[in-house]
Design a protein around this ligand. Sequence first.
Ligand code: PLP
Length: 464
Amino acid sequence: MSKQEALRSMPRVDDVIARVEAEPKAKNISYHELLSCVRETLDGIRKDILADKTDKVPDVSEIVKAVIKTAVKKCSFSLRPVINATGVVLHTNLGRAVLAEAAAENVSQVAREYNSLEYSLEEGCRGSRHSHVESLICKLTGAEAAMVVNNNAAAVMLLLAAMCKDREVVVSRGELVEIGGSFRVPEIMSMSGAHLKEVGTTNKTKPSDYAEAINENTAALLKVHTSNFKIVGFSEQVKIDEMVKIGHDHNIPVIYDVGSGLMVEGEKVGLYDEVGVKESVKAGADITCFSADKLLGGPQAGIIVGKKKYVEMMKKHQLARVVRIDKLNLAALEATIRIYLDPERTFKEIPTLSNLAITKAELKIKANKLCGLLPVRKNSFSATVKTSESQVGGGSAPGEMLPSYAVQITPKTMSAADLEKALRENEVPIICRIHKGCVLLDPRTIFENQYAEIVRAFENIFAE
Ligand SMILES: *Cc1c(COP(=O)(O)O)cnc(C)c1O
């Protein structure tokens, strides 16, 4: 076909759009968007012909398919639900904790109406956004006072600025950690205006190191949970109760950033080294702070609990406004804390806890069920259930692996990397791990109502 003939045989925009509009997948896409995708696709073909990259026009049905694909991609939300098949329960890149149903429901309710965010319904006048959760958090943790901010990084920043500005904060060299991209204890410290006083060594810090560092300019002793790494072998860190003793002997407050906000007994979720919030409060830490979207299983937020005197200083600080929590996260947090106040509901309703607490036997059943549902394509891939390990993630329990079972897919007509990509590009993206040339689907983090979508994805990817 000559160039001129090819160009002349191009379908008309109106004809293509009519066929595109008839497709069910185009139902929710505006005419305007579809039209622009049709023009873009036809222009692309025209350019290829003029540049001698091709000498024939694709079949109209092919063009329609391409248009729909582009249009669906352009119109789908950038931030959207995915299926987490990695087994990493608190996957920071996948939004950390999944909210409990009651929490998600409360967000939706509060978002749709005016609400009592800063209005006292008793007094009929201005109220405080802290009032909604403070007493609940105190009841749960045993602390005297509490406040909630945007996230735990903000909590650390605020408490240092309010309690330690221009004075020294004593921290063990083994706890000067970096948590994720942009939270480094020394940097946060200098931004807050407090001065870091390092003591001990990377692997060993002793009680006497803290005691000897204290002088008239010391504002606090700070302990930071080494959330995402572990020092093994010849090592020693000072426990919080010992630090409290040293601090209080010198009339200096002790602060503990416990990181992940574990609120149940660690053994119940297979975690043996994680320090709980209640333990820190009970040990007498003046201030304890933690994330709400790690092991607590709530929304993004930073929770500060402890002595009223210090919490009041933080509430009054200028930075409190800068780092304040928004109404939607607050709605989710209140609902989450209320679930904790009823022990019967806790493990049933908080997905983070149930995903961690699920037994190996239950995982085997889940894996077998998922494996059995996958379409049989003997020439394209094989699927078997294998023992495996999953991670807690979210900067919690480093090095601790949870025994698990996974569905292991061995693709035959493509590489494991290609299959991983195809699953990721599914309409509901499926995120999985690759291990030794196989794709692993870990049922620990897959909800049963997502199995059908996974099956559909495999049917599309390995269409007969
Ligand atoms: C995760 C973590 C933080 C940061 O918390 P965000 O809620 O992500 O801001 C700070 N400190 C410790 C010890 C942590 O584990």
